[in-house]
Design a protein around this ligand. Structure first.
Ligand code: ADP
Ligand code: MG
Length: 261
């Protein structure tokens, strides 16, 4: 059974942009990449899965439950999100990461148990941010803040992790570190995490995702394994840009190379 099931979903902004008839089944432990040009509806889709937007029609279920039946708190424990924009606040990175434990406690009551402390420390360790744990978020670079946001999302210990261009401010080393980390968490034998990630870099998406969803104008244009979705015809058509697709010399996965004008 799928961990996340999206059936004939329409959602968006009343009188404005909508995504239409989106259907997607995400298996537990899968890393699913959402790709598509700017404005194609990727963030709208993630915002609807997160519950920030209500479906206009169709349904979303997590495990066996319709998402609408989950309370805000249940949802906040089950799904965490890292978005492209982080509003840094003047607290330490460690305190920022620890905020990921809040949904697991009653409102306005947070006493950090030993178990919470372990999860916080482990989340910081996983993204390699121990040296900066006691620095203020406002004193970190955009990339460091983004690593902090990823640690906070992991600290929730969610069933589903949503990444919306979460590697946008990261250099190649940190991008690879984050994508390898989330992939290894998804492939964990005992508690696999399931990941839905909006990625702009098509070659990274190809390398790290099991399955890709290519969006255009609010609809799914193609979905399937990277080699099914990343074809010269699909990418040329959706991005209106000629590309050459070749196999990665080591992994054999498709690599997308723009044909320079
Ligand atoms: P993507 O993430 O693929 O770049 P989005 O889902 O963010 O695209 O946006 C799709 C469309 O929805 C865009 O045309 C954008 O202008 C519009 N949009 C995004 N956020 C809002 C909003 N809060 N209110 C109205 N329209 C919005
Ligand atoms: Mg977006």
């Amino acid at each position: 059974m799928s961990l996340l099931s999206i059936r004939h979903l329409s959602s968006g902004y009343p009188g404005g942009f909508t995504i239409r008839d989106v259907s997607l089944e995400v298996e537990r432990g899968a890393v699913v990449g959402i790709i598509g040009p700017n404005g194609s509806g990727k963030s709208t889709l993630l915002a609807t899965v997160m519950g920030d937007l209500s479906p206009m029609s169709g349904r979303i279920s997590l495990g066996e439950k319709d998402l609408r039946l989950l309370s805000r708190r249940e949802r906040a424990c089950a799904i965490s999100v890292v978005s492209q924009m982080i509003d840094p606040i003047a607290i330490t990175l460690r305190d920022y990461v620890a905020m990921g434990r809040l949904p697991h406690h009653p409102p306005l009551y947070y006493f950090e148990s030993t178990a919470d402390q372990e999860v916080v420390d482990q989340s910081i360790r996983m993204v390699g941010m121990e040296p900066l744990a006691h620095r203020y978020m406002t004193e970190l670079s955009g990339g460091e803040q983004q690593m902090g946001a990823i640690a906070q999302a992991l600290c929730v210990e969610p069933r589903l992790l949503l990444l919306d261009e979460a590697t946008a401010h990261l250099d190649i080393t940190h991008t690879v570190r984050v994508l390898s980390l989330v992939r290894s968490l998804a492939k964990d034998q005992t508690h696999p995490l399931t990941i839905l990630a909006v990625l702009h870099d098509l070659t990274m998406a190809s390398e790290y995702c099991d399955y890709l969803v290519l969006m255009r104008d609010g609809q799914v244009y193609a979905q399937g394994r990277p080699e099914e979705v990343l074809t010269e015809e699909h990418i040329g058509e959706v991005y209106r840009m000629p590309v050459t697709i070749t196999a990665h010399p080591i992994s054999g996965r498709p690599m997308v190379l723009p044909r320079m004008a």
